[in-house]
Design a protein around this ligand. Structure first.
Ligand SMILES: Nc1ncnc2c1ncn2[C@@H]1O[C@H](COP(=O)(O)OP(=O)(O)O)[C@@H](O)[C@H]1O
Ligand SMILES: [Mg+2]
Length: 461
């Protein structure tokens, strides 16, 4: 662990040295500054967890140091030392951002306790900052991994529409990143400071879902013991993300239509109309056009929803992303679990790239998480992958191994010719006609693929 660092500022050399000495003996990294000027240059050049400063400095005001810390080093906490123990200067310094104050003469125990409290506060602050940065990063487009041109187009579209109020429909199979992109849209819009509220429409029974979304009035049904606000109001000013929208009942669809048209609704059991300013993003892993055709989803609602549709391709249609994503997840899960892995072996990568990934990115993420956690070696190897990923029958049909087009077509061509011959009882004239090639070409191809010899042996020709 790295020692916490403290800068002590006092023009009295004796106090400065004794404070620094005491704090060093308590296990802190310490620096001293005996003037305002030196303090400024120290702050300019290093980062401190804590600054302890005298208020009265010959060449400047200790309170100004507090301002600098607040503005330029928000992750540093400050304690002031007040010379004459005047309560006014202590209050002023707290107002200007000091965490605590000490009065001269400084008693070791007091100092020890004040420093411990301040350092504790500082850790909390930097932890919050770290979490905030992590959150921002997680939702910024930069952290959505892809090199596929279909995804690049989607990112462009997201950039273009993020800061509008347009309703967005995310389509695509489960695990392709619909929720992740919905968040990214919110975080790229001016609404980012307001709530992003996610509701899974498949997870709740119809009646509960309605009150979950629109709220309810006290007494409107058994169990409604108090007024409830509902997610649409919770997302006022922000974004609401309605996942698995194809599950919405007819009644709910009617209510949604009105929200989409007028941003208005009434809570369950209430006739008080509410108006909200909410950006609506919806997602479905079902084919919505089909749902409309089958009469399960209102056509007028579908047209309202279908303003901007983002169709996320399944992972097997962007094989190039598998390596990138696998390496990305490996780094994440290794650092989260204090594991160290140098990479993924070629053999393991081949399995990953060949597998069909019915659960898409989510499934890949789980597989890598498990491998990073349980794998013993310095690389993720085939041994660390679940059997299902390694079974041939689960691989994608159209695997591309480096070969020419001619070689790639040889096998299918041979099969088609054989099937055509069989269908035509090995009559070459009929077969040639069926395949729309001339007899000479058929003959050459039969020779080339060894079908002629085969047929001869079997007495078919
Ligand atoms: N392009 C991507 N880059 C990085 N992580 C991704 C990407 N797409 C999906 N993920 C991750 O895969 C998991 C599933 O994504 P999610 O958005 O929940 O999918 P969906 O909502 O379509 O079911 C999440 O953990 C998400 O962070
Ligand atoms: Mg989702």
């Amino acid at each position: 662990m790295i020692n916490k660092s403290i800068l002590v500022i006092d023009d009295d050399q004796i106090i400065l040295e004794s404070l620094c000495g005491f704090l060093a003996s308590e296990g802190f990294e310490t620096d001293g500054a005996d003037s305002f000027k030196v303090a400024l240059s120290r702050l300019e050049n290093s980062r401190y967890n804590l600054v302890i400063t005298d208020i009265n400095l010959p060449d400047g005001d200790g309170l100004e140091i507090l301002d600098i810390i607040r503005n330029k080093h928000p992750q540093t906490v400050a304690i002031v030392i007040t010379g004459y123990g005047t309560i006014e200067s202590a209050v002023t310094s707290i107002k200007r951002g000091a965490h605590d104050y000490l009065t001269k003469p400084i008693i070791d125990d007091e100092l020890r306790m004040a420093v411990a409290r301040a350092i504790n506060q500082q850790s909390l602050m930097s932890e919050n900052e770290r979490l905030r940065v992590q959150l921002e990063r997680k939702f910024s487009i930069e952290n959505i991994i892809s090199q596929d041109y279909k995804m690049a187009k989607i990112f462009e579209l997201i950039e273009a529409i993020a800061d509008t109020k347009a309703t967005v429909l995310m389509a695509g199979p489960s695990g392709t990143g619909k929720s992740m992109l919905a968040r990214a849209i919110h975080h790229r819009s001016a609404r980012r400071g307001k709530p992003f509220v996610e509701v899974s429409c498949g997870a709740l029974p119809e009646t509960l879902l309605e009150s979950e979304l629109f709220g309810h009035a006290k007494g409107s049904f058994t169990g409604a013991v108090a007024n409830k606000e509902g997610k649409f109001l919770a997302a006022d000013g922000g974004t609401i993300f309605l996942d698995e929208i194809s599950n919405a009942s007819a009644a709910l669809q009617a209510k949604l239509l009105r929200v989409l048209e007028a941003r208005q609704f009434e809570p369950v059991g209430s006739n008080k109309t509410r108006t909200v300013d909410t950006r609506i993003i919806l997602a479905s892993n079902k084919n919505m056009t089909q749902e409309v055709q089958r009469g399960r989803f209102r056509e007028d609602l579908y047209y309202r929803i279908n303003v901007i549709t983002i169709e996320l391709p399944p992972l097997c249609d962007r094989v190039g992303d598998i390596r990138l994503l696998a390496e990305h997840f490996m780094k994440i899960y290794c650092s989260q679990n204090n594991r160290e892995k140098l990479g993924i072996t070629d053999e393991a990568m081949q399995y990953l790239e060949r597998y069909s990934w019915p659960g898409n990115v989510r499934e890949l993420e789980k597989v890598i998480e498990r491998a990073a956690l349980l794998g013993k070696g310095r690389f993720i190897s085939a041994d660390d992958l679940p059997d299902i990923v390694k079974q041939e029958k689960n691989s994608r049909q159209r695997t591309y191994n480096k070969m020419s087009l001619k070689d790639a077509l040889a096998e299918p061509e041979k099969n088609i010719i054989r099937q055509a011959l069989e269908a035509n009882h090995w009559n070459r004239q009929e077969t040639a006609k069926a395949l729309q090639i001339n007899r000479t070409t058929l003959f050459k191809k039969m020779k080339y693929y060894g079908l002629y010899t085969e047929a001869e042996k079997l007495g078919l020709i």
